[in-house]
Design a protein around this ligand. Structure first.
Ligand code: NAD
Length: 376
């Protein structure tokens, strides 16, 4: 049983899908993990560390994929890598099945069986494999650090001989996994934190972290299936923006994390709202890559409008590649071990997690999203 790990091909991707630690865990279950030399370097994992834990180090992606039963990736593999996959090979990763550029057709042509970890049902049994949560945690933390670096102010209150500096005021929009981590991080840095969400459970979670919950929906929750937020109507969004505007106008930092699964991010901050903010304030938009919570955000860019910096996120977890990979690789290994029985790769398609995340089985689309994308 050979599992391949190749150097990630997406520009700017620093993470890796297996670490020396997970190579050891997989080896104990009968896997030979074949790692392309240098695959872990950008995540601070050296070839020698992989080899010490039982990995086979090879020079090229072609050698890594030779005879592989499964390819472990972070981002969707490039067409070149897919061409090197043995016919019928499995692939596990954040495969972005709803993004039009995802190479679903190439994977189907290779008769691949593919699991997109973002589709894993978020049940309690799946928690240890939940890559969306592990990477959102990293993103929420890093968003605050990025905002702090752009803020021309302290986060904590400073009482000095030269006078007192008041603490920064931070507003966190969306209190899911990333938002809660952003709240905790901003509090640790000494900021005064307010937050908002549209799910009923969020208020208690926000308060338990020592932040103030700002209700912008007048007690009405916008809840959909599975405890997630549902998409707000245009009217609801307009009301929410009107209530948010005053809070944002007095905030030094706004971290936006609002998202609705499978949908474009809700547009919660308009240009007009930015124009009411004070010069020097910073918005860090973690939702920039899925449409942006702020109208002015551009992924991977800092836009300055009236002295307010609007920083658009671009693959934030990759900036913390070592810890992001440590968590992600554990998610991947746990999922692969779920599909390993007595030393054999034996996915049980009756298992709700195995079938829930599966987008292609022997090249045939099995998930409604992928059936639609491939016109099946
Ligand atoms: N395995 C599990 O049991 C598990 C794992 C992870 C998350 N969850 C649950 O999933 C939910 C959130 O997960 P997530 O962080 O992946 O969510 P997400 O990334 O889809 O969304 C981020 C947050 O944005 C909020 N949001 C959506 N529209 C908004 C709006 N108009 N205004 C303000 N906020 C808005 C959502 O309610 C959510 O809290 C929570 O209920 C969490 O407890 C469960």
């Amino acid at each position: 049983m050979r599992a391949a790990v190749v150097t990630e091909t997406r520009p700017g991707e620093r993470r890796v899908a297996a670490t020396p630690e997970t190579v050891g865990k997989l080896a104990a279950a009968g896997w030979t993990v074949v790692v392309q030399s240098g695959a872990g370097v950008r995540a601070a994992a050296a070839d020698s560390e992989y080899a010490d834990r039982g990995a086979e180090i090879v020079g090229t992606a072609k050698e890594a994929l030779d005879g592989a039963a499964v390819l472990l990736v972070v981002a969707p593999p490039s067409d070149d890598i897919i061409q090197l996959m043995p016919v019928g090979c499995g692939v596990i990763g954040l495969l972005e099945p709803t993004v039009p550029t995802t190479p679903l057709r190439a994977l189907a042509d290779q008769r691949a069986t593919a699991w997109a970890l973002e589709l894993l049902p978020r049940t309690s049994r799946a928690q240890s494999m939940d890559a969306l949560s592990s990477q959102a945690l990293v993103g929420g933390y890093r968003a605050v650090i990025e905002a702090a670096l752009r803020l021309p102010r302290f986060f904590p209150m400073a009482m000095t001989a030269a006078g007192t500096v008041p603490p920064a005021r931070i507003f966190v929009l969306g209190a899911g996994v990333a938002g809660l981590q952003a709240i905790a991080t901003a509090r640790r840095l000494g900021g005064v934190v307010e937050a908002n969400d549209v799910r009923s459970a969020a208020a208690e979670e926000v308060k338990s972290l020592g932040a103030k919950f700002v209700d912008v929906t007048e007690g009405q929750t916008l809840e959909g299936a599975g405890g997630y937020a549902r998409e707000a109507t245009e009217e609801e969004l307009a009301e929410q923006r009107a209530r948010l505007a005053d809070h944002l106008a007095t905030s030094d930092v706004v971290i936006t994390t609002a998202a609705v699964p499978g949908r474009r991010a809700p547009r919660l901050i308009t240009t007009e709202m930015v124009e009411r903010m004070r010069p020097g304030s910073v918005i860090f938009d973690l939702a920039a890559e899925t449409g942006g919570n702020c109208e002015l955000s551009k992924p991977g860019e800092d836009v300055v409008h009236n002295g307010v910096v609007i920083a658009g996120a671009s693959n934030v977890p990759s900036a913390m590649a070592k810890d992001a990979s440590a968590l992600y690789a554990r998610n991947v290994a746990t999922f692969l071990l779920l599909m390993t029985k007595e030393g054999a790769f034996a996915p049980d398609f009756e298992d709700d997690l195995v079938i829930g995340a599966c987008i292609l089985r022997d090249g045939s689309p099995v998930h409604p999203l992928v059936k639609e994308a491939l016109g099946a």
